[in-house]
Write a protein that binds this ligand. Structure first.
Ligand code: SF4
Length: 606
């Protein structure tokens, strides 16, 4: 592998970090390797917004190789809202550009005295002032830095005003619309006074067996082009699943209090395609192109169309069926640099508390919060992004907002990360996905709703259980998590329906390995357990594995009416499948040693 460039923003010192060979084999790259590298830095005492906090931008062994959906990279650290392991996966072209500059990662520590941006041109690094960019939105910042550098093929990863203001769900953006949305690492970047990182490189990206890799790459991309799921994503985007999810009662409506949304047809992927879609966009080398380009009536400018989470979060979740308003709200979040899931979820909590009379216009500076009121939603997004008025409180995320008003149980979050928009009452596997994800209530560490819809992987032992089955699917969820951990290591997009047999062949060709599918799954399991150990070390205990109250109450209507997941029963079966200690929630020493994590076992158990 290529080295990682370590940059201390306090001292300005840099050094190349060579990844230990064993770690390359044990963890591959991406978030898994980052977990191994950062293990000893991530302590309970570490303030995620302090200069000491590390921020690791890391690629995978296939990043930039034009393999199936491999234009991606991951940003890792300690989550400012969760205090736990944080990782956020992002597409675009920045990751491939970094590898072409000769580095597989950038490891940032320290804090600059004044706002700066980094300009990495091959092996030459410049720290430039960003004083004139502080306060600029994510799109403007990218444009101005490109202009200043004067190099067309430069790619820039930036934060917006939200990251500068310490919004705990601030994100990072590259390539005009690709977001590392979840876990608030944009606030970590802002706390370092780091506005952006521009990269450009011209080196050949290393691949162990290029001839073999090229053959496999062509075959897998050809199959992916013809794949039915990929076609749906290309034709109607990720929002294409909206109607089916709503039909199943798997789409959160009115802040998770309803199971049906009668106006769903107004905010579906199909509706967007029929009315405002003008084009598609893709990350580097991706043949799927799930990204949407839209133009609103009376405005010919090209805009980013919302993906599924944004459509539901600012749509059904807030009883809003105005698609154009959702486009604008998604763009507003993007410009401020904020995660649309956490932002819309926290706004949903505010609406719920207002409805219940727990907060009033006194708290909101006179703003009435009525479901579906687009102007009120927009006002809150602006206040959050600017960290002003009531928005300053909301910018701390739903767990802290609910605690502030003494109603902790009202927040639909797990360990400080707001629940994504796949309701486990309609697709029960998501109950375990949310309760046990290393980064809080995340739908990407295991997008098990696809399995609950019937997308199995028999060669991995991921079989079908009825969508509302309970504990019997626990071992299946664990296997699915292990597999998805590989995606975040490689780094591939979870939308790529690539057969595991092909995936392991691509990994072997890229890395010079001779793995079987079992080896690949063990690699995923190793990293999943390592991330768990990191969280245990930072204070996570058995009691943290849970679901919020709203998801344990039956929805009154829709396709999941009357059902709740038996989360306790599921967790017991899950710990058994994982070989985790049922009392402490820690991986047992035997499990860790069996995965080659002897030092972690010693650290965790003494
Ligand atoms: S499927 Fe979409 S998000 Fe995934 S790599 Fe392709 S364009 Fe990017």
């Amino acid at each position: 592998m290529q080295p990682i460039l370590k940059i201390d923003l306090t001292t300005g010192k840099t050094e190349e970090y060579q990844i230990p060979e064993r770690w390359e084999k044990d963890f591959l790259g991406g978030a898994s390797l980052a977990a191994r590298i950062l293990y000893s830095s991530l302590t309970r005492e570490l303030d995620p917004l302090s200069p000491q906090a590390p921020l690791l931008f890391i690629t995978g062994p296939m990043t930039g190789t034009s393999g199936p959906t491999t234009g991606r990279f991951v940003i890792c650290g300690k989550g400012p809202a969760t205090g736990l392991w944080a990782e956020s996966n992002i597409g675009g072209f920045w990751g491939p550009e970094l590898r072409a500059a000769g580095y597989d990662g950038l490891w940032i520590t320290g804090k600059s005295e004044t706002p700066v941006y980094l300009w990495l041109n091959g092996s030459r690094l410049e720290v430039r002032s960003a004083a004139h960019l502080w306060g600029a939105d994510t799109y403007t910042t990218q444009d101005r830095i490109k202009e200043e550098i004067g190099e067309k093929s430069v790619h820039v990863c930036v934060i917006g005003p939200a990251g500068e203001k310490g919004v705990l769900f601030a994100s990072m953006m590259c390539d005009h619309g690709r977001m590392a949305g979840r876990t608030g690492l944009g606030a970590v970047m802002g706390a370092k006074n780091l506005k952006a990182i521009a990269v450009h490189g011209e080196q050949q990206i290393p691949v162990y067996d290029l001839a073999e890799y090229k053959t496999l790459r062509s075959e897998s991309n050809r199959k992916l082009r013809e794949d039915n799921e990929a076609k749906i994503l290309r034709d109607i985007g990720t929002g294409g699943v909206a109607n089916y999810a709503e039909y199943l009662g798997a789409m959160p409506v009115k802040y998770y209090s309803q199971g049906a949304f009668e106006n769903i047809d107004n905010i579906s992927g199909a509706k967007m395609t029929e009315t405002i879609l003008t084009g598609r966009s893709a990350c580097q080398g991706c043949v799927i192109a799930c990204g949407r380009v839209v133009a609103l009536p009376g405005d010919r400018s090209k805009r980013k169309g919302p993906e599924h989470e944004t459509m539901v979060g600012f749509g059904a979740n807030l009883l809003n069926d105005n698609l154009e308003a959702i486009v604008n709200l998604g763009e507003l979040c993007d410009r401020y640099g904020m995660d649309t899931i956490s932002c819309s979820n926290t706004i949903g909590l505010a609406f719920r508390l207002f409805e219940k009379g727990i907060i009033t216009e006194k708290d909101t500076n006179g703003l009435a919060l009525q479901w579906g009121d687009v102007d009120a939603i927009k006002e809150l997004v602006n206040l959050i992004g600017r960290g002003e008025g009531f928005g300053e409180l909301l910018s701390q995320g739903s767990r802290r907002v609910a605690a502030y008003f003494g109603v902790e149980e009202e927040a639909v979050q797990v360990n400080g990360l707001e629940v994504a928009y796949h309701d486990p009452r309609g697709v029960s596997g998501m109950a375990l996905s949310y309760a046990t994800s290393p980064r809080g209530a995340c739908h990407n560490q295991s997008d098990y709703f696809f399995v609950d819809w019937g997308h199995t992987q028999e060669s991995l032992g991921i079989t079908y259980y009825e969508r509302q089955a309970q504990a019997e699917k626990a071992a299946n969820v664990a296997r699915h998590q292990d597999w998805r951990t590989i995606f975040n290591a490689v780094v591939m997009c979870i939308f790529a329906n690539v057969e595991p047999e092909m995936q392991v062949r691509l990994i072997n060709a890229a890395c010079g390995l001779d793995w079987t599918i079992e080896d690949m799954m063990k690699c995923g399991e190793r990293a999943w357990n390592l991330k768990r150990a990191i969280n245990n070390r930072m204070g996570l205990i058995r009691a943290n594995d849970k679901l919020p109250k709203a998801l344990l109450q039956p929805a009154p209507d829709g396709g999941s009416a009357g059902y709740v997941p038996d989360i306790e029963g599921m967790l017991i079966a899950y710990y058994e499948a994982r070989d985790w200690d049922g009392e402490t929630g820690k991986p047992t020493p035997e499990k860790l040693i069996g995965l080659g994590l002897e030092d972690i076992a010693k650290d965790l158990w003494g």
